[in-house]
Design a protein around this ligand. Structure first.
Ligand code: MV4
Length: 456
């Protein structure tokens, strides 16, 4: 049983982890790069340690430095947050081997889900519906690859087994393009992931991105906490997430949740996890699993009333989940806007000094942010600077509350995505709900900032 947690992350999630630890009476150790000494959670932690220079490869991504920091500070557990080393099976295994607790699933579960071919085979065997595709990784016989593609049906998508999150994939619209696409994806995958394995799937043209939150403990309890709709994205960067997903059949969602929970039992899953699905024409298709806490976990916390970070840490301590599936009920609707320090038309990063920051409040509003006046956003890392959430009994009121929250947010000195999110709150496609994963790219192409799109 640990009493000190090393927070192996930065920014808003490091602060979220710190607050969960504080609630549980746990000591916190903040580790930071030398450009991050002024982060909010570094100021608040019981102990802080600089572990290296600004570039993440020499600080937040260096397993040896993190393990040394744990040894030096007496931390017995490491929370990886999201990104960085959170889904690195070798790091999780090294933490386990050092006799420390990795706050996440067993390294073996991370390893299996990190290999998208193995993940899909495992999920299919567990009864989770998957996108029709090749039987496992593609072989080197060209005729056989063509036969697989014909059987799956064009258009197909070639994906790297070591990829995920949108990295290492290529759409193939007819047989003439197949050989090249397979060869190029293989070569890229070998370089990027040190794994040349690729597989085929039927390419779905207009899906929604729906994901299912699960939690499991070490006592055989698994629960599903409902879905999130993350379709409002650009280049695999989510912009807005919401729960529940508009227009879904609640019985379908419940069946899917039960299948995901059953799959967790099969793989011996522990902690918080997310099953990603594409949803098209009333059917769900598993694409990959995220074996970490996600950026958008608060929308699920708001509609379920369950503190996912708290449960994740308690489960890592060996406690059973504090609730059962029958205790999980959905209450209202929640929306999250990710405020990034990016230009809202070019999406280029806009690091710099925060001149003023006044966060919004009022009924149903929650803000997750490490910002404060005088803070400087460094150029080295992800540009997420705040998550603004609105919760209300209905989606319409949640949108109205979000509009109010965005309007009362003062963030001076930085250029951010906030104006785009303000516009999206009024856009007819968003207002209707149920838009596909290409919706935002279409709006951007149409020049959202020139006021070309319809407004409600
Ligand atoms: C797909 C797909 C269409 N058909 N697979 C992109 C990220 C990775 N998680 C899987 N991705 C996709 N896989 C098939 N068979 C379309 C995407 C996709 C996508 C998925 C979720 C959210 C945003 C996306 C944006 C572009 C493409």
């Amino acid at each position: 049983m640990f009493d000190t947690v090393l927070i192996a992350n930065r920014g808003e999630i490091a602060l979220r982890i710190l607050r969960a630890c504080r609630d549980l009476g746990l000591r916190t150790v903040a580790v930071h790069s030398d450009v991050d000494a002024n982060l909010r959670h570094v100021q608040l932690a019981d102990q802080a340690l600089c572990i290296g220079p600004g570039p993440a490869a020499d600080s937040y991504l260096d397993p040896a430095r993190l393990l040394r920091a744990a040894r030096l500070t007496g931390a017995q557990a490491i929370h990886p947050g999201y990104g960085f080393l959170s889904e690195n099976a070798d790091f999780a295994a090294a933490v386990e081997a050092a006799g420390l607790t990795f706050i996440g699933p067993p390294s073996q579960a991370i390893r299996v889900m990190g290999d998208k071919v193995a993940a899909k085979a495992t999920m299919r065997a567990a009864g989770v519906p998957c996108v029709p595709g090749s039987d496992g990784a593609l072989g080197h016989d060209r005729a056989e690859v063509h036969e697989q593609a014909r059987r799956v049906g064009y258009p197909v998508i070639v994906k790297a087994a070591g990829g995920g999150g949108g990295r290492g994939m290529r759409v193939v619209r007819d047989a003439a393009e197949l050989d090249d696409a397979v060869a190029v994806t293989r070569a890229e995958a070998a370089r990027a992931f040190h794994n040349a394995e690729v597989y085929l799937e039927r390419f779905l043209e207009h899906p929604r991105h729906i994901e299912m939150q699960v939690m499991a403990d070490r006592h055989g309890h698994v629960v599903w906490l409902g879905e999130r709709d993350c379709s409002m994205q650009r280049r695999h960067q989510k912009m807005i997430e919401e729960a529940p997903a508009p227009g879904l059949d609640r019985d379908d969602v419940a069946r899917l949740g039960a299948l995901c929970a059953a799959a967790c039992r099969v793989i011996g899953y522990v902690g918080a996890g997310t099953f990603e699905f594409l949803y098209e024409n009333g059917s769900f298709y598993f694409i990959e699993m995220n074996t970490r806490v996600q950026v958008e976990h608060p929308v699920t916390e708001l509609v379920t009333g369950i503190d996912i970070l708290r449960e994740q840490i308690r489960v890592a301590q060996g406690h059973p989940l504090s609730f059962a599936q029958s205790d999980v009920t959905l209450n209202g609707h929640a929306i999250e806007c990710r405020i990034n320090a990016e230009d809202p038309t070019s999406f280029l990063p806009t690091p710099g000094d925060v001149a003023a920051w006044v966060s919004p409040g009022g009924p149903g509003i929650r803000v997750e942010s490490h910002l404060y006046p005088g803070y400087a956003v460094p150029p080295h890392y992800d540009s997420l600077v705040a998550k603004i959430l609105a919760h209300a009994p209905t989606r319409d009121l949640a949108i109205r509350r979000m509009q109010g929250a965005l309007a009362e947010t003062t963030l001076a000195g930085l250029t951010t995505t906030l104006p785009l999110q303000q516009r999206l709150m009024r856009e007819v496609g968003f207002r209707a709900g149920g838009f596909d994963i290409h919706h935002l790219e279409r709006l951007i192409q149409d020049g959202w900032h020139q006021g070309a799109q319809d407004e409600a």
